[in-house]
Design a protein around this ligand. Structure first.
Ligand SMILES: [Zn+2]
Ligand SMILES: [Zn+2]
Ligand SMILES: [Zn+2]
Length: 103
């Protein structure tokens, strides 16, 4: 009897750190969603290299977040910005500025 109640206490204890881990996973969720999107310019998933970088093992294909919360391959958005000569987001037309980058 005694050993049984001790075992159930231990089970409750080990559930607490698990709950904290779950919280962290929720915090990462929005990042995951953005990362699973396709690049609006080349239509290749952002977890993969962009069209121009596929088959080019040397170059680094970085993913960039804009202040408007749209995400692109850095290659694609920099070509777009150079082509349009005004830095605006191709999706929402807001002025484009990079919030952060990730490999
Ligand atoms: Zn792209
Ligand atoms: Zn690229
Ligand atoms: Zn945008």
């Amino acid at each position: 009897m005694d050993s049984k109640s001790t075992a159930s206490n231990q089970q409750n204890d080990s559930e607490n750190p698990f709950a904290i881990k779950k919280w962290k996973a929720v915090g990462l969720w929005s990042w995951d969603v953005a990362y699973n999107d396709d690049c609006p310019i080349c239509k290749v998933s952002l977890v993969n290299r962009c069209l121009g970088c596929q088959g080019n093992a040397v170059s680094e294909c970085v993913v960039v977040w804009g202040e408007c919360n749209h995400v692109f391959h850095n290659c694609c958005i920099s070509v777009w910005v150079a082509k349009t000569s005004k830095s605006s987001c191709p999706v929402c037309q807001q002025s484009w500025s990079i919030l952060r980058t990730a490999v």
